[in-house]
Design a protein around this ligand. Structure first.
Ligand code: DAK
Length: 252
């Protein structure tokens, strides 16, 4: 991979979008590399506990899909369905079985915010800026952004942000629930690492099922009782309950 740097330490894969001169705008290669990692590539990393996605440099997480790639595609007779392609790749992230955290370290605009919103948790640095400015280009967000933004911050706020192509700062994003925390860069990484390392001490199937239940439920109540019943009969749950009763840490 060349547009995305991958570093693996302490069971965490750090994915850094690496086009700082273009404010980490998401080009085709980046989409292909994200797909490759979340579809199969992650299997190379033994004992993976979670993923942190961030942008290279200190200015942008990702300032959108690469606008410079649009024009030739628009002129094709049968342009590829890029919206569907982007949606499918972002579903792979949202439906990943380990926690994926976006460390939003600057502009997260358009496709960049859509990427951050497909992650399970967002942590922002104070300079982060969030927006879906597609209407500036005569477009709508095409990678799940209309739906995810409304679900995260409510329909009225999402509508205003999209139809005005506005931007909100990190403090407002935190207030709206779009970012869980606003922290200086080093603390932001430490916080993301702590969330992942803590979750790695919990029952792995239970963690995966929490993610699935929140982000990709079969039907909220049916899948909750199905998963609860399966987990209740599992070794994992037996160990968790035994450890509590024996006043020791569980060994999952
Ligand atoms: N794409 C390509 N290059 C970008 C870019 C982008 N999204 N954003 C920034 N850059 C490049 C700039 O062109 C500039 O490159 P050079 O001119 O130096 O070669 C470099 O990054 C630095 O940017 P600026 O000089 O503009 O930096 P400033 O600090 O002055 O401004 C900014 C920062 C983030 C406010 C500004 O760069 C900006 O407004 N960027 C564009 C934001 C944006 O509109 N993003 C796209 C949202 S729409 C589609 C499906 C989906 C989509 C589109 C099509 N199809 C199915 C066809 C989705 C689209 C989106 O994501």
């Amino acid at each position: 991979m060349s547009n995305i740097l991958i570093d693996y330490k302490n069971q965490i894969a750090y994915l850094t979008i690496n086009r700082p001169k273009a404010l980490n705008a998401l080009n085709k290669d980046i989409f292909d590399e994200l797909k490759a990692f979340f579809k199969e590539g992650y299997q190379e990393y033994d004992d993976l506990a979670g993923v942190i996605i961030t942008g290279s440099g200190d200015k942008a997480f990702a300032a959108g899909a690469d606008i410079k790639e649009f024009l030739p595609l628009m002129e094709q007779d049968n342009p590829p369905n890029l919206s569907k392609r982007g949606q499918d790749i972002f579903f792979l992230i949202e439906r990943f079985h380990k926690p994926v955290i976006a460390l939003v370290n600057g502009f997260a605009l358009g496709g960049g915010l859509e990427l951050a919103m497909s992650c399970h948790i967002r942590i922002a640095t104070p300079n982060a800026k969030f927006g879906l400015p597609e209407t500036n280009l005569g477009l709508i967000p095409g990678y799940g952004g209309t739906i995810r933004l409304a679900s995260l911050i409510g329909k009225a706020r999402a509508t205003e942000l999209m139809i005005t192509a506005g931007m909100i700062d990190a403090a407002t994003a935190e207030k709206f629930g779009l970012a869980s925390y606003v922290l200086e860069a080093e603390e932001a990484i430490a916080k993301a690492e702590k969330i992942i390392s803590t979750s790695s001490t919990k029952g792995p199937t239970a963690v995966a099922k929490c993610l699935e239940q929140v982000f990709h439920p079969k039907s909220d109540y049916i899948s909750e009782h199905e998963y609860f019943t399966v987990l209740l009969q599992s070794e994992e749950c037996r160990e968790g309950v035994s450890a509590f009763l024996e006043k020791r840490k569980p060994n999952f």
